[in-house]
Design a protein around this ligand. Structure first.
Ligand code: NAP
Length: 267
């Protein structure tokens, strides 16, 4: 266990479910004290309790909408009082595709909503953690982007635009903080089988088998595969890695063919 002076605190937004839950759990398993921030009081509290029971390490939970700077600031005060200021922030809160539609058919406000959650939320929380990170001369900010920010997909323009913007946030903030011992990186997950995407597949919005076939490793990713990448970026070993996007997608984004059979080479 690290000494209390160097007690590592990781804060994860959108931590009550899916990738965020796995992130919180992996950090906790590595002896970080973990703060979980999400929208639902019940889900966030029970996620924090379950993780603490599993790992034996301290957790705390807060309800805040990442779009709301005041609610986020109140949540940050609670985390500082209960644990201490985070040395690691993972900006994970987001909404995955709810519907597919052409730009002209999207409901009013959709683009604003996508930008507010993914971009404003990331900026709001980064702004909150930076003063203590600067004072400590150490910090790690990890922004969860998407493979859709590397290779775009049609009919999800709000999501693609917001996730591409996270790259800009990551690079600009990495430059602002590089001399302060703080790194800022993004992770671009491919298709990760979280409950919400299982439901999207069941609703016919995503084709589960086609995505597995199209992904070079032949399957969907798991939330803990994203969390493991975040652990690396948060570590002291990653001190020379900043401003980058680590793609965790089973090779999906490098694929240039139209669907070759990767199991059977031509004879
Ligand atoms: P998820 O299970 O729905 O988790 C997202 C969490 O964020 C939910 O608990 C959600 O709460 C919360 N949240 C949503 N809006 C929020 C807000 N305004 N303030 C605070 N919390 C908020 O989805 P996931 O699949 O784990 O995705 C997590 C992140 O990874 C997202 O940023 C997503 O874009 C990204 N990502 C996912 C995949 C994938 O394949 N799953 C791929 C690439 C990138 P509610 O459930 O109450 O809304």
């Amino acid at each position: 266990m690290p000494s209390s002076e160097f007690r590592r605190v990781a804060l994860v937004t959108g931590a009550a479910s899916g990738i965020g839950h796995a992130l919180a759990e992996e950090f906790s398993a590595q002896d970080y004290a973990v703060a979980l921030v999400d929208l639902s009081e019940n889900h966030t509290r029970s996620a924090a309790q379950a993780i603490a029971e599993r790992t034996g390490n301290e957790t705390c939970w807060c309800v805040a909408d990442v779009r709301d700077p005041d609610a986020s600031a109140r949540a940050m005060d609670k985390v500082c009082a209960k644990l201490r200021a985070p040395s690691v922030l993972v900006n994970n809160a987001g909404i995955v595709v709810r519907q597919k539609a052409r730009l002209e058919d999207l409901p009013a406000g959709h683009l604003d909503e996508m930008m507010a959650i993914h971009v404003n939320g990331t900026l709001n929380w980064s702004r909150l953690v930076l003063p203590a990170m600067r004072a400590a001369g150490f910090g790690r900010i990890i922004n969860i982007s998407s493979v859709n920010a590397i290779a775009a997909v049609p009919y999800r323009i709000g999501y693609v635009t917001a996730k591409k913007a996270i790259r800009g946030v990551t690079e600009a903030l990495a430059l602002e903080t590089a001399r302060a011992g703080i790194t800022v990186n993004a992770i671009a997950p491919g298709y990760i089988l979280t409950d919400v995407l299982k439901k999207r597949a069941e609703a016919g919005i995503l084709d589960r088998r086609a995505i597995a076939d199209r992904t070079p490793v032949g399957r969907w990713g798991t939330p803990d595969e994203v969390a493991k990448a975040a652990l690396y970026l948060a570590s002291k070993d990653a001190s020379f890695v900043t401003g980058t996007t680590l793609v965790v997608d089973g090779g999906l984004s490098i694929r240039g063919d139209a669907g070759e059979d990767l199991d059977n080479a031509p004879t």
